[in-house]
Design a protein around this ligand. Structure first.
Ligand SMILES: Cc1cc2nc3c(=O)[nH]c(=O)nc-3n(C[C@H](O)[C@H](O)[C@H](O)COP(=O)(O)OP(=O)(O)OC[C@H]3O[C@@H](n4cnc5c(N)ncnc54)[C@H](O)[C@@H]3O)c2cc1C
Length: 407
């Protein structure tokens, strides 16, 4: 690792959004190496909500250049009745005023590529084709497949929702991931495809972004335009899908068979939805996983971040947003003043203390949002109250304003 005065040696396991955002945020002050098992870095071609809490960090401490990650700003949220298209809620959005920061719809591939470029430009070293087999949290040792080992002052575990390394922090073999009873059809359609359809032409015009929802009791279609494309997510109960599809083997591969299955699932939705779905050439089907709320994220020199720490159901679009908050928290704790190798485990404990309440709240809200639209046990709030809770920017510092970073 190249030397930076008073810097820590940091190894990050995984070059997804969480690993690269943390790398970019920390590389200004520390010697950062990111180890990624894939030979080539790729991202799935869908949109991503860069919500105000994420955008604040992404364009702040993470250092993304807004001119290189194109984004359509969110200007409205419209929720309609699935059967007849009647508007149930229309909220014009002024994200900086409403939620404390901008809210953009971006392309995942552009975002990920720019995170990589930013992390490298700031001095992080990203090594591909390197699978980590194990981590020793006490000594900061990372064991690499093939027999090599590396030592660091701090190890950030960002190996995703199916994390194999999580157990080294939690010291249990438990699989914290569980399959929810819902699945999501996903499609990413060139915006131009909607231009010849009068009711849908606005999607091709790309003037601004917004969140457009058609909600039934147990099914929901969510549409949002991003630069050049329209992103579509259609959520359905797994049991309902199996009944309808006769158990056919649909999967993550994007194809016409899955697009047809999606159309048949939503055949009784409003005519605009049907026209919209008719324009979808290919779709894929994703199981929706959740991760239990973890009691802590750190052990000695190791810290879980991103989906490895707190994957959420997608109903708030907060998975990556939480990863950006992690990066911001790390920058706050490790780039303000000097932290020595001796301080690492104490400061990581502080990270857990500062993050846990907010992360658990967002995980909880995403589960509540997954419940049927008519759920009336007093827990389900309307979309705007959820948005205010999950999007209102609370910096890591604000969670515990009286605490100095290294106390
Ligand atoms: C289609 C889709 C749309 C989404 N939309 C949104 C959205 O709008 N807003 C939002 O906030 N969130 C969204 N999410 C969620 C968000 O994308 C995830 O929360 C986020 O990408 C998680 O990033 P991560 O880096 O933690 O994990 P991952 O992206 O899973 O990255 C983990 C990385 O670690 C590597 N790795 C794993 N094991 C090892 C190992 N042993 N050694 C070395 N490397 C390893 C993997 O190869 C991978 O590159 C969406 C997710 C999907 C799938």
């Amino acid at each position: 690792m190249t030397n930076k005065p008073s810097s820590l040696r940091i190894i990050i396991c995984g070059a997804g959004i969480a690993g690269l955002a943390a790398a970019a945020a920390l590389a200004t002050h520390h010697q950062v190496i990111v180890l990624e098992r894939k030979e080539e870095l790729t991202e799935v071609s869908y949109a991503i909500n860069l919500k105000p809490n994420a955008a604040h960090a992404a364009y702040g401490v993470v250092g993304l250049d807004p001119s290189k990650v194109r984004g359509l700003p969110c200007r409205e949220i419209i929720e309609r009745d699935a059967a007849n298209g009647d508007i149930k809620m229309h909220k014009p959005v002024d994200a900086p005023a409403d939620f404390g920061g901008p809210w953009y719809f971006c392309q995942r591939t552009e975002l990920h590529a720019e995170l990589l470029a930013t992390a490298k430009a700031r001095g992080a070293k990203v090594i591909l084709g390197t699978e980590i087999e194990d981590v020793n949290a006490t000594h900061g040792v990372v064991l690499i497949k093939g027999g090599d080992a590396m030592v660091a002052d701090m190890v950030l575990i960002a190996d995703g929702i199916s994390s194999r390394l999580r157990k080294r922090v939690l010291q249990q073999e438990t699989d914290y991931r569980w399959d929810s009873d819902q699945v999501a059809f996903r499609a990413f359609v060139p915006a131009e495809r909607f231009r010849d359809q009068p009711e849908l032409k606005w999607l091709a015009e790309q003037k601004s972004g917004g969140l457009y929802v058609w909600a039934a009791q147990k099914q929901r279609v969510v549409v949002y335009p991003c630069p050049d494309y329209v992103n579509l997510v259609a959520i359905v109960d797994k049991a309902h899908l199996q009944r309808q599809s006769g158990g056919s083997d649909l999967g993550r591969e994007s194809n016409t068979e899955t697009a047809d299955a999606m159309r048949s699932q939503f055949a009784d939705f409003d005519s605009t939805v049907k026209k919209l779905l008719d324009k979808v050439p290919h779709a894929s089907l994703w199981p929706l996983f959740d991760v239990s709320c973890l009691p802590y994220y750190e052990r000695e020199r190791a810290l879980l971040i991103g989906d490895a720490a707190h994957a959420t159901l997608p109903h708030q679009g907060q998975g990556a947003s939480l990863a950006f908050e992690d990066a911001e928290g790390l920058a706050y704790l490790f780039c303000n003043g000097s932290v020595t190798p001796h301080d690492v485990s104490r400061v990581l404990k502080k990270f857990t203390e500062l993050r846990r309440a907010r992360v658990h709240m967002i995980q909880h809200f995403s589960r509540v949002m997954a419940k049927p639209a008519s759920y009336e046990k007093g827990e389900k709030l309307d979309a705007l109250r959820f948005a205010a809770q999950t999007l209102t920017f609370k910096s890591i510092a604000e969670l515990e304003t009286s605490t100095a970073p290294h106390d």
